[in-house]
Design a protein around this ligand. Structure first.
Ligand code: NAI
Length: 683
């Protein structure tokens, strides 16, 4: 096989490791060989490096990560040094994606030419790392520190079009990529050595320091908790130093991160999110085709689900019980697309095209036209059963019938139809057009192909569908309830709500449990508690604080007060006398001696409550993989991604101490509290 093709006096070296030209050891070796040969070839005046339409290179080869091949020679840094020192100019021609090591390869070339739609980025931060192939040193030298910082802090890829004037590219073209790159390369050859290199530019040290200090001061609290964010700024500060010193600094910081628990947690989730869609062999049956869906109920969830389906190119029928509610839902969907267009995220044509696929109706007979129905009406079993009876009367045979219920029994809903095998739960999260998590709930009668249709639809919508069994609250809400209940116990035992919230945001939760409760409204939980009042055993530990708040009209943010008092939407930093009185009454009724609780104690108790519920869910088969539980908590409940999720957290702890702590916690929860067997998840 030839190492390159000659196009006139230009050697075109093509990176060839489909599908995305991952920089495996074999590809690095071939590249080095081709570069060496092209430099020795008297017929070659200049060199172009390119990939294919899909990818220049997507970076490191994940399948070689952690194996000796990853660091076998030639390493990426050696390849880059060869490029920089080449006797003939080398120009990178980028189409498709150039990410991580792939972009770093291009940064070491003497020029870069890209197709407008090419996407480039340094996504290392997303797996708890910083670029380790010179990216932190070369990118700022080409595009300036602010743009480089933005790209590396977000880890998001950007189009070449949006970076056309950034200094990253010598040319951005609409087509004829390789000829354009060859022209640039030949021009450089004619101009003669030295060829331009990022490393030869030296930014002013004072300016670098100022920008890095500013960025450090601006780090968000959640970024400060992540070592990759601080390491990134340390590496950028080294741009003020001579290039080789900067590279050495980057390398040291990179190696320090690779083995860190945070990077391990993020790699674990990266893998867990790919596994989540895999089903056991017995369930791997082809899904039913879905082109048109109906959404019943045009409220908060129904409109979000409709938008998500429209965005994915599906036809959507929106069905309501009343004209006013239907019009309001349609109006919300239109407002969504208008705001996307106004923000420049969508063209008017694309928005119009999506809206053209939306039909709004009050006519149930229209259900006969769809392949799948998602019900999102009020959370009430009787209401949902009545709705499913009507669906059953109108939907065509073979249509998949889904409910977006948060807690209700899927089998109870399916029983309202004459076709329970076609029924499943599709539990979206709010806002449904944004949140990636989707719980796909299998009822007792759900047919395997109905389950796979739900999973396939989830993927088509760009979601992470997690299969779960039919149990109160499925995976996420069941664990969240156990966590929230433990946090209420913590109030009775001696901490104030703000101490609990701060302990948890202090480890990186997006919000604390009491701030979340105020945001979603306390009345939802209150209504559920009232519904369960008759079946609750009086011997169970029950914390009445939330009921007290609701009785006083404090339903959360929407009423201006819940656990916290809100002024202009801002929560007061501490809870007020009403809340403290209610808590003190609850403490007195319980009869214990309240004690101050350290933040670490609060955190461990809250996490352990989650871990215990995770163990129970696994034992009951509601969750099939321990890592699925972590995906659910991270994607749906604000659990800090860099901590990996409750199961990953538990696995980092001393198992004996953890089991002891759990036994104490379960004993304190009193009558009816169940203790899971931690061995099911500590494997
Ligand atoms: P919502 O109150 O905003 O919307 C419900 C809509 O259903 C209303 O527009 C109502 O007019 C309509 N509706 C009620 N009965 C109907 C009937 N018989 N036929 C047709 N339409 C009818 O409620 P939301 O928040 O959208 O919740 C809907 C479902 O989604 C509930 O089961 C809820 O538990 C679940 N859910 C809610 C989440 C949330 O964060 N709000 C998250 C995940 C699930």
């Amino acid at each position: 096989m030839s190492l390159y093709t000659l196009q006139g006096a230009v050697a075109v070296i093509t990176l060839d490791h489909p599908p995305v030209q991952a920089l495996s050891h074999a590809l690095r070796a071939r590249l080095l060989q081709a570069l060496t040969a092209a430099q020795a070839d008297a017929a070659v005046r200049a060199i172009v490096l390119t990939g294919d339409a899909r990818a220049f290179s997507a970076g490191a080869d994940v399948s070689e990560m952690g194996t000796p091949l990853q660091t076998a020679e030639p390493r990426l840094d050696q390849l880059l040094a060869t490029l920089e020192g080449a006797a003939k100019p080398v120009v990178a021609a980028l189409a498709g994606v150039a990410l991580g090591g792939g972009l770093e390869l291009a940064l070491a070339c003497h020029a870069r030419v890209a197709l407008e739609g090419a996407r480039v980025g340094l996504p290392e931060i997303q797996i708890g790392l910083i670029p380790g192939g010179g990216g932190t040193q070369r990118l700022p030298r080409l595009v300036g520190l602010p743009t480089a910082l933005e790209m590396m802090q977000s880890g998001q890829a950007r189009t070449a079009r949006s970076l056309a004037d950034s200094g990253l590219f010598d040319r951005v073209v609409a087509d004829d990529l390789v000829p354009a790159a060859a022209t640039v390369a030949l021009r450089q050859a004619e101009a003669g050595a030295p060829w331009p290199l990022a490393r030869d530019r030296q930014p002013e040290a004072a300016a670098v320091r100022f920008l890095v200090d500013t960025a450090r001061a601006r780090l968000q609290p959640r970024q400060r908790l992540q070592s990759a964010h601080t390491a990134l700024l340390d590496a950028l500060a080294a741009v003020a130093d001579p290039f080789e010193a900067g590279l050495a600094r980057e390398r040291a910081l990179f190696l320090g991160l690779v083995a860190s628990p945070q990077a391990r947690a993020l790699r674990y989730l990266f893998k867990a999110e790919r596994e989540v869609v895999k089903l056991p062999a017995a369930l791997q049956v082809p899904p039913r085709p879905v082109d048109r869906v109906a959404v019943i109920g045009a409220g908060t969830m129904g409109t979000g689900i409709a938008i998500s389906a429209l965005d994915a190119g599906l036809g959507v029928l929106l069905l309501e019980q009343a004209q006013e509610a239907l019009a309001a839902g349609v109006q919300r969907i239109h407002a969504h697309y208008s705001s996307r267009v106004a923000a420049g995220k969508l063209t008017t044509a694309r928005a119009g095209e999506a809206l053209a696929r939306l039909t709004a109706t009050l006519d149930w007979a229209a259900l006969a036209q769809v392949d799948l129905v998602v019900e999102a009406v009020f959370e009430d079993l009787a209401v949902k059963q009545a709705v499913f009876q009507r669906i059953d009367a109108h939907a065509r045979p073979g249509a998949v019938l889904a409910t977006n219920t948060s807690y209700l029994d899927i089998d109870g809903i399916a029983a309202a139809t004459g076709r329970p095998a076609d029924v499943l739960g599709l539990h979206f999260f709010s806002p449904a057009q944004v949140m990636k998590l989707l719980e796909v709930v299998q009822g007792q009668a759900t047919a395997p192909e109905v389950l796979t249709t739900g999973m396939a639809l989830g993927q088509h919508l760009g979601k992470l569908p997690v299969r779960c069994g039919n149990a109160f609250g499925f995976i996420g809400n069941r664990i969240y309830n156990a966590y929230r209940r433990q946090c209420e116990f913590i109030l009775e035992d001696g901490a104030w709500p703000e101490e609990v919230d701060q302990a948890l945001t202090g480890m990186g939760f997006a919000m604390g449990p009491f701030a979340v409760a105020d945001l979603s409204g306390l009345d939802i939980a209150w209504r559920m508690r009232q519904a369960q009042a008759t079946s609750r055993d009086p011997r169970e530990r029950y914390v009445p604080i939330l009921d007290g708040l609701c009785e006083r009209g404090r339903l959360g943010r929407k009423t201006g007060a819940g656990y916290y008092v809100y002024t202009d939407g801002q929560a007061a930093p501490a809870t007020d006398a009403t809340v403290r009185d209610l808590i003190e009454q609850a403490r007195a009724a319980r009869g214990g001696t309240p004690q101050a609780l350290a933040a670490e104690t609060i955190r461990r108790r809250a996490l352990l409550a989650m871990v215990n519920e995770a163990a129970l869910l696994l034992a009951e088969g509601v969750a099939t993989r321990a890592s699925d539980i972590d995906v659910v908590l991270v994607q749906g409940y604000g659990f800090p991604r860099w901590e990996g999720g409750p199961v990953f957290w538990a696995r980092q702890q001393d198992p004996v101490a953890l089991a002891d702590e759990l036994a104490t916690l379960v004993a304190a929860a009193g009558f009816g509290a169940r203790q899971g067997d931690l061995r099911v998840l500590l494997v």
